[in-house]
Design a protein around this ligand. Structure first.
Ligand code: SF4
Length: 244
């Protein structure tokens, strides 16, 4: 049986609710066809910490670009063990060698959008095709590109496929994030202690300076602000989808 899913009504009912409440609602509504997208940022880890208390075997997926920092690989392994994660990794159809052969060295310098498309967007679309809903650690305060986030959005993957995106932390501040991490003694990527505020691929990420936007260290010196995994075409806010 399919049901009409109306994000406007759902957002009204979830506005002002805690992240835990939103996660309980989402997991009850969509499990087992729901998963957490994690780059093992502090926000994603908070979502994992909360969600695994509700549903210990909830699927977590990670996009392995081949360009991540070694510190990111290390914290992924630490958190996988700590939470006994049901973790699935997706990577590009092109190996690093194949990408270099086809497009030359350092594609991220020549065409970062294409590099992100090959190493992030295509793999995440494959991951999302298996789901009805996904959960992120996005916050409105991270960047101007994220100011208009809703708790629940509908992503259109292609002409046939739409799915629900759930952002339980949208109203949290950076301070709330770090209080949660410290209060719950959650391990985190040590690069945060070296002024990295948002951690992506090593060649495209630098530390931020005081007063800079949290995502200013991503693709610094270019106009690129997002890798493309959070900018799939959003259906209009008042549209509905048929959901299982
Ligand atoms: S963030 Fe940089 S290295 Fe990573 S996929 Fe995008 S362009 Fe390539």
């Amino acid at each position: 049986m399919s049901l009409i899913f109306d994000p406007v009504t759902i957002n009204k009912s979830l506005e002002g609710k805690t992240p835990n409440y939103v996660l309980e609602w989402a997991i009850r509504r969509f499990h087992p066809r729901i998963a957490i997208a994690s780059s093992f940022s502090v926000e994603d880890t908070i979502v994992i910490d909360m969600a695994t208390k509700i549903q210990p075997d909830i699927k977590v997926f990670y996009i392995n670009t081949g360009f991540q920092f070694k510190e990111t690989d290390e914290i992924k392994d630490i958190l996988k063990k700590k939470y006994q994660l049901n973790l699935v990794e997706y990577s590009s159809k092109l190996s690093m060698e194949e990408q270099t052969l086809k497009y030359g060295e350092n594609l991220y310098k020549k065409d970062a959008n294409l590099c992100c498309q090959l190493r992030k967007v295509e793999p995440i679309k494959r991951a999302l095709k298996e789901l009805d809903a996904w959960i992120t650690g996005l916050r409105r305060g991270q960047a101007v590109t994220r100011n208009n986030l809703d708790i629940v959005q509908i992503n259109k993957l292609d002409n046939q496929t739409s799915l629900v995106k759930v952002n339980p932390l949208i109203n949290w501040t950076r301070q709330q994030v770090w209080s949660y991490i410290e209060d719950n003694e959650i391990p985190y990527n040590p690069l945060y202690d070296k002024n990295y505020a948002s951690i992506g691929c090593e060649p495209c990420t630098r530390p931020v300076q005081p007063g800079e936007d949290e995502r200013a260290g991503r693709w610094a010196g270019t106009n690129k602000k997002e890798c493309g995994i959070h900018t799939f075409s959003e259906k209009p806010k008042n549209s509905t989808i048929n959901a299982r």
